[in-house]
Design a protein. Structure first.
Length: 486
C-alpha cells in the first residue's frame, strides 16, 4: 500500500557508507538506501507537480484580483512568472539541500491574507516587504533552534494526528476542487454547509473526476507502479477528448485544451519590488506586529504539519519520530518565504500536495529535481503545462488522503489525554480548511487536559508557550476590537 516504505532503522545518517556500489547521484540523494528507485522518484516528481500546478493559475487570480491602499493591482502575467520562478528555485533547493520530496510554492491561505487583509492597508511593495520581514524572522527562529525545538517537543500521538488530519484535509481539497463537494449557497437558508455537486452530480467534468477516482483506487488496489501518475495522465487525455467533442460549460480554473501558442515569454517585472520597512509608515506599529504574528503563525505551523505529515507517510521519521535534517528543511522553508516576498508572489511554503509524490514512491530530494524542473519549464511553457484540469488531478489527492489516513491506527485511543487532542487535530483541519487551525486546536486541548489531570509537568515548556500563542491567534479579532486596532 505504501510503495517501498522504509523503517526508521533503514535510514542512516547523511555521509554513511550506504549506497556503496551505486552511482554518485544515487549516493548523494540516498535513493537506494531509502528503498527507492530513479523511476519512483521521477514518477513522484511529476505527480507532485501536476497536483500543485494549479497554483500557477490560482495565485495570480487571488493576488491579481486585489487592490492595495492606493487602488493599484499586480500584473497577472508577471504574477505567473514570479509564482513559477519561486516554486522552481525553492523546490530545487529543498531537493538538494533538504533531500526530502517536499515541493514549495506560494502558500494558499497566506496569499489570501496578503491580498485581502494586508494589501488594503498599504502599497503592494510594503505588503511584500512584510512577507520578506516575516520570512527573515522565521529564519531567525530556525537559526536559534527554537522552531526545530518546538517540533521535537510535540508528542508522537499529535504528530501522527497531524498526518492523519492532513490526509483528510487534502482529500477534502480534492473533492472540493473537483466540484464533487460544493458549498451550499447562503440564500438556500440550509443548515447543511456543503453538498454533493450542485445537489446532484452532473456534467462531463464530474464524470472525469469520478472515473479518475475509480481508476486510481483500482490501480492502487492492484499495486500498479505509477498508479497516481497514470491516472492523472489518462484522465487528462480523456478531458482533452471530451473538451474537443462536447459542449462543456465550465471546467473551473483550468480548461483542458491545447493552446494556440505553447510558448510564452516570462515577464520578471515584479522581482525585487518590495519595501522591507514601508508598512511601518502606513499603519500603526501594533497593527504591523499583529499582521506579522498572524503570518508567522500560519506559515510556521502549516509547514510543521506538512513536513511531519508527508515525511511520516514516506516512512522517513527516525526512531524518535523526528524528521531527518529538520534544521535544513526549516531554514529552506523560511528562505522560501523571503523569496516569495522578494518576487511579489506572496510567501512560499512547503506543499501538502507533496504527498502525491510520496504516494508514487518518492523518498528523496531527487523527485524535487523533476518537480522544480517542471516549474522552471512553466516559465516558458505555462500554456501547455497548465492544461491538466482539477478534475483529472484531484483523484490523486483523494487517494493520498486514504494513504495518510492509515496512520490513525498508531494512535492510542484508550488514552484520552492524547486521543482527544488527536481527534480535534484530525477533525478541525478539514472542517476549518486550515492545517494551522487543526494544530492549534490539538495543542491547546492537550495542554488544558494535561493541566486538569495534574500532569502539567509532562508538557514541554515550549508547548505551553505555543498553546498560549495559539490562544492569541484564535482570539485575534476580539483582541483587535479591545485594542481598537483598525
Amino acid at each position: 500500500m505504501h510503495p517501498s516504505k522504509t523503517s526508521p532503522a533503514d535510514i542512516r545518517p547523511t555521509g554513511s557508507d550506504g549506497g556503496a556500489g551505486h552511482g554518485a547521484l544515487d549516493r548523494f540523494f540516498r535513493i537506494t538506501e531509502r528503498g527507492s528507485t530513479y523511476g519512483r522518484e521521477v514518477r513522484g516528481g511529476f505527480a507532485t507537480f501536476f497536483t500543485m500546478a494549479y497554483i500557477l493559475v490560482l495565485n495570480p487570480i487571488i493576488l491579481g484580483s486585489a487592490k492595495d491602499k492606493f487602488g493599484d493591482q499586480l500584473d497577472t502575467v508577471q504574477l505567473v512568472t514570479a509564482t513559477a520562478l519561486v516554486a522552481a528555485v525553492m523546490t530545487l533547493i529543498m531537493g538538494v539541500g533538504g533531500n526530502l520530496p517536499l515541493a514549495l510554492a506560494a502558500g494558499l491561505g497566506i496569499n489570501a491574507v496578503v491580498a485581502y487583509q494586508v494589501a488594503p492597508l498599504m502599497a503592494w511593495d510594503d505588503a511584500m516587504g512584510l512577507i520578506v520581514f516575516e520570512g527573515l524572522l522565521i529564519c531567525a527562529l530556525v537559526a536559534t533552534g527554537l522552531r526545530e525545538a518546538i517540533m521535537h517537543a510535540i508528542p508522537q500521538a499529535l504528530k501522527q494526528a497531524i498526518s492523519v488530519g492532513i490526509g483528510l484535509f487534502i482529500a477534502f481539497i480534492g473533492f472540493v476542487d473537483a466540484g464533487f463537494v460544493t458549498r451550499v449557497p447562503d440564500a438556500a437558508n440550509s443548515t447543511v454547509p456543503v453538498q454533493l455537486g450542485s445537489g446532484t452530480l452532473s456534467g462531463w467534468p464530474m464524470l472525469v473526476f469520478c472515473l479518475g477516482v475509480i481508476l486510481t483506487i483500482v490501480l492502487l488496489a492492484r499495486k500498479v507502479k505509477g498508479a497516481i501518475l497514470i491516472s492523472i495522465v489518462v484522465m487528462t487525455v480523456v478531458s482533452l477528448v471530451i473538451n474537443s467533442a462536447a459542449d462543456v460549460k465550465s471546467w473551473g480554473l483550468t480548461v483542458p485544451a491545447m493552446p494556440d501558442k505553447p510558448v510564452a515569454a516570462p515577464d520578471f517585472g515584479l522581482l525585487g519590488k518590495f519595501d522591507l520597512f514601508g508598512s511601518f509608515g502606513q499603519i500603526s506599529v501594533l497593527t504591523v506586529i499583529l499582521l506579522i504574528f498572524t503570518l508567522i503563525l500560519s506559515d510556521f505551523f502549516d509547514t510543521m504539519g506538512t513536513v511531519v505529515g508527508v515525511t511520516a507517510e514516506a516512512g522517513l521519521l527516525d526512531e524518535r519520530g523526528q524528521v531527518p535534517g529538520l534544521g535544513r528543511v526549516l531554514l529552506i522553508d523560511g528562505a522560501a518565504a523571503v523569496a516569495g516576498g522578494a518576487a511579489s508572489s506572496s510567501s512560499a511554503t512547503t506543499y501538502v500536495e507533496s504527498a502525491a509524490g510520496v504516494g508514487e514512491g518518492a523518498r528523496t530530494g531527487f523527485a524535487n529535481l523533476i518537480t522544480g524542473g517542471m516549474f522552471a519549464l512553466a516559465l516558458f511553457f505555462a500554456p501547455v503545462l497548465t492544461i491538466v484540469p482539477m478534475q483529472a488531478a484531484s483523484p490523486a489527492l483523494v487517494a493520498v488522503g486514504f494513504l495518510m489516513m492509515t496512520q490513525v491506527k498508531h494512535i492510542d485511543w484508550d488514552r484520552y489525554d492524547l486521543a482527544i487532542p488527536a481527534f480535534l487535530t484530525i477533525t478541525v483541519m478539514p472542517f476549518t480548511y486550515s492545517i494551522t487551525n487543526g494544530i492549534g486546536a490539538g495543542f491547546v486541548t492537550y495542554v488544558i487536559i494535561k493541566a486538569c489531570l495534574g500532569k502539567a509537568r509532562e508538557v514541554h515548556w515550549l508547548l505551553w508557550i505555543t498553546a498560549a500563542l495559539f490562544l492569541v491567534y484564535f482570539a485575534i479579532d476580539p483582541l483587535e476590537q479591545l485594542l481598537d486596532i483598525k
